[in-house]
Write a protein that binds this ligand. Structure first.
Ligand SMILES: O=C1C[C@@H](O)[C@H](O)[C@@H](O)C1=O
Ligand SMILES: [Co+2]
Length: 295
């Protein structure tokens, strides 16, 4: 039987990729509302205190733990030594916070943050050389994380060189299964047009972190047809919390519940907090997970 903890990402309150979204929301409001909605963990946002002791106190007061945090790697565009230096700093902070996981996504060639790039049309495709550089770099970063005491998961992501089923397969084949694990994000797989159940079944033993993101398919289709950027899609409401969009999480929950998965479900639904009240949507997600996953 799986042993699952429930967390939520701060991106629904304050969006680090588009800081004007939720600029009025404070750190205290964010973590208080996470706890109020019934979550016991979270990831890290830009408004979080940088001092581990201050952050820990604020989280302890609300019964929250840090589950993991996003790390942008630039293995395809920066010297490995630079990436490793930044990664060690990131991992040491997570370790000080008691987290067990860190989430890496390659950003060297990514268009996910570029407003002038169409997320579907302009996504990068690795050359053979780039695959080798990426896989070697990730194996080394995975070993660094392991030494520090963290499990490194790779976040496949729209607009990056690891987005499609073929790209996830390639990455999993080329990296060490003891060092590089997979972060399974439902929203990105459905958005890309992949089969999330196929990926889940194929990589279940290697999936160590889960992002639960739902999608509004009419908006996703518009993003594709009108060559919109990833961020314009987010702003338009492409993503939402589980239970509010078009994806049925039932099969995902059933498969994971029947497995040995021992980690987090992180609700991660970036949308405009002015249109989608973060507390209201967090409560909605919590209710849906209780009904569908019995957690
Ligand atoms: O895990 C994630 C982190 C965000 O910054 C990102 O853009 C989002 O889509 C995501 O899945
Ligand atoms: Co995610």
């Amino acid at each position: 039987m799986a042993n699952i903890k429930l967390g939520i990402a701060p991106i629904a309150w304050t969006n680090d990729d588009m800081p004007d979204l939720g600029k009025e929301n404070t750190f205290e409001q964010c973590v208080s509302e996470m706890a109020l909605a019934g979550f016991t963990g979270c990831e890290i946002g830009n408004k979080y205190p940088k001092d581990p002791a201050v952050l820990k106190k604020a989280l302890d007061l609300r019964g929250l733990q840090i589950a993991s945090a996003w790390f942008s790697s630039y293995l395809l565009t920066q010297p490995y030594e630079q990436v490793e230096k930044d990664f060690i700093k990131h991992c040491e902070f997570l370790k000080a916070m008691g987290a067990k996981f860190c989430n890496v996504a390659e950003q060297g060639t990514s268009v996910q943050g570029k407003l002038d790039k169409a997320v579907f049309r302009d996504k990068p495709h690795n050359t053979e050389e780039q695959w080798k550089t990426l896989a070697e770099g990730l194996n080394k970063l995975g070993a660094v994380a392991k030494k520090i005491g963290l499990t490194m998961t790779y976040h496949h992501h729209m607009g990056t060189c690891v987005q499609t089923t073929e790209e996830i397969d390639r990455l999993m084949e080329m990296t060490d299964p003891d060092l590089v694990f997979l972060l399974y994000d439902t929203g990105h797989l459905v958005c890309s047009g992949e089969d999330p159940i196929y990926i889940l079944k194929k990589y279940l033993p290697r999936i160590r972190h889960v992002h639960l993101k739902d999608i509004r398919m009419d908006i996703r289709n518009k993003v594709k047809e009108e060559n919109m950027s990833f961020l314009a899609g987010v702003r338009a409401g492409m993503f939402t919390v589980p239970g509010d969009g078009d994806f049925d999480f039932g099969p995902v929950f059933d498969i994971i519940n029947d497995s040995d998965y021992d980690g987090w479900f992180i609700v991660e639904a970036e949308q405009d907090p002015a249109k989608a009240n973060p507390l209201e949507y967090a409560i909605k997600a919590r209710k849906y997970i209780k009904e569908k996953a019995h957690i």
